[in-house]
Ligand binder design. Structure first.
Ligand code: MG
Length: 166
């Protein structure tokens, strides 16, 4: 078994959609980013990459690369699932937490879990949410953060053995 952890945060700004776990959440602000700014998916991607011993999300999907501009982070997660498959890993479980002062995440968590499960091929995904008790940048609603932990294990079915960047 191999463990990975991930953390991400994005600034909340006007004129952007709020997307977390691939779910568009009605809100007066959205997350600023080169992609759709989906901090939850980014934290999960970093956890999975870390567990595989790979470089982080920024190395895989550089924010200077125009092909990732405005991309749905779910597409990036699909790429990471492919890396897992190709290298003979399966996910044991993922646990994650969104930290946001508002809006309320609870109604949207089932949709997030459904999106994540569909890409990652496992139901063993937890998504939790909490506020930051009005403390700090998260508490002032300046941004939203997420963290994730995952366990992966070797399936013994390594599909291809090729150097995968980076
Ligand atoms: Mg990010």
């Amino acid at each position: 078994m191999r463990i990975g952890t991930g953390y991400d945060s994005h600034r909340l700004v006007e004129g952007r959609k709020l997307v977390l776990g691939g779910v568009e959440i009605p809100h007066d602000k959205g997350l600023l980013g080169h992609s759709d700014g989906d901090a939850l998916v980014h934290a999960i991607i970093d956890a999975l990459l870390g567990a595989m011993g790979r470089a982080d999300i920024g190395a895989h999907f550089p924010d200077t690369d125009l092909q990732y501009k405005g991309i749905s982070s779910i597409r990036l997660l699909e790429h990471v699932k492919k890396l897992l498959d190709e290298n003979g890993f399966e996910i044991a479980n993922i646990d994650s937490t969104i930290i946001a002062e508002s809006p309320k995440m609870a109604p949207h968590i089932p949709g997030m879990k459904k999106n994540l499960s569909a890409v990652l091929g496992t139901e063993n995904i937890a998504v939790k949410a909490k506020s930051n008790e009005k403390m700090g940048f998260l508490g002032r609603g300046e941004g939203i953060a997420a963290m994730a932990a995952c366990l992966i294990r070797k399936t013994g079915k390594q599909v291809v053995q090729r150097p995968v960047e980076p």
